[in-house]
Design a protein around this ligand. Structure first.
Ligand SMILES: NC(=O)c1ccc[n+]([C@@H]2O[C@H](COP(=O)([O-])OP(=O)(O)OC[C@H]3O[C@@H](n4cnc5c(N)ncnc54)[C@H](O)[C@@H]3O)[C@@H](O)[C@H]2O)c1
Ligand SMILES: O=C(O)[C@H]1O[C@@H](O)[C@H](O)[C@@H](O)[C@@H]1O
Length: 276
């Protein structure tokens, strides 16, 4: 790819991805409200708040593809999430349309399906089951991607990233961690695969314990190189009963009354003895 943009470039995942993306682009434009660490030879920085339409439009001028990481990465502050994730992602796609950007890789999240029980193998085709205001905002992002493929042909790979920390730091992350190089491999697929339209995969390395059916990612050529157990440094405290029951972990505890409920794909209540 000639000119690639990376939003949220100053953040944790952006900082991990930059050195892996740079060799594959003639130019990498870093977009963020905060300044990223020292620029490399083929990098430039554009300060932009994507919640502002004019700044988003200007930031995406003359790029061929964009990896969209910018946003609030956790939490329950709905005002901030509405600005950065909901409005920010909408503006990103409007800017892509106006500037004729053909490809987007969208940093979605496992929290789109965080309220599935841990014993259940979930696929991107299963109904969304967000676990928090943050998870809801990521559902929105995936839906926006679909709208912009249907209306103007912008192709998006939404990657429901598990945990992209530098190493797996909790029991939960043993099932959901993705290394930077595996994530970069998925990003590459998203930017180049001819069949991508509005496609959703999970972003996970070669985990022993599987929560997600990632067959679609395999069909697109994804071959994870790293195994969470080879990198694990467990240091996070063990989780409470609600967090332990569901894939989203502690995110599921937001406003949770402590009564664990399950439902089926049709939205009907499951009795506890049929769980999962
Ligand atoms: N870290 C993970 O394990 C993980 C897992 C799943 C999904 N994700 C998603 O990946 C993305 C990056 O996550 P992260 O952990 O690097 O988060 P982060 O908070 O470290 O980085 C987010 C970056 O986005 C920027 N940003 C926020 N609002 C913005 C706005 N309005 N305009 C421009 N820039 C803005 C911030 O300044 C920050 O540099 C997020 O969208 C997050 O939801 C991360
Ligand atoms: O579930 C997880 O571990 C991760 O999920 C991501 O969506 C969040 O951005 C990150 O802060 C969490 O650590």
């Amino acid at each position: 790819m000639k000119r690639l943009a990376l939003t949220g470039a100053a953040g944790r995942v952006g900082t991990l991805l930059r050195p892996l993306l740079r060799p594959h682009a003639e130019h990498l434009r870093l977009i963020d409200i905060d300044e990223p660490a020292a620029l490399g030879k083929n990098e430039s920085f554009v300060r932009a708040d994507l919640a502002r339409r004019d700044e988003a439009n200007a930031a995406l001028q003359e790029v061929d593809g964009v990896v969209h990481l910018a946003g609030i990465a956790s939490g329950v502050d709905m005002r901030a999430i509405l600005d950065a994730n909901v409005l920010g992602t909408f503006n990103l796609y409007e800017a892509a349309r106006i500037n004729k950007v053909e490809r987007v890789v969208y940093a979605s999240s496992n929290h789109v399906t965080g309220f599935y029980p841990r014993g259940q193998l979930v696929s991107p085709l299963d109904p969304m089951r967000p676990d928090s205001p943050y998870g809801l905002s990521k559902c929105w992002g995936e839906l926006v991607a679909g709208l912009y493929y249907d209306t103007c042909g912008i192709r998006t790979l939404s990657i429901r990233i598990g945990n992209a920390g530098t190493y797996p730091a909790s029991e939960r992350s043993m099932a959901i961690w993705i290394s930077a190089r595996d994530l970069a491999q998925l990003v590459g697929i998203g930017l180049t695969h001819p069949l991508i339209a509005a496609t959703v995969v999970y972003g996970v390395s070669d985990a022993e314990e599987r929560w997600w059916n990632n067959g679609l990612a395999s069909r697109l050529g994804y071959q994870p190189q790293d195994r969470p157990r080879d990198h694990a440094r467990i240091e996070e405290p063990s989780e409470g009963p609600v967090a332990l029951a569901f894939q989203g972990g502690a995110f599921c505890e937001t406003n949770h009354d402590g009564n664990i409920r399950m439902r089926d794909a049709e939205g009907l209540a499951k009795s506890p003895e049929t769980v999962p």
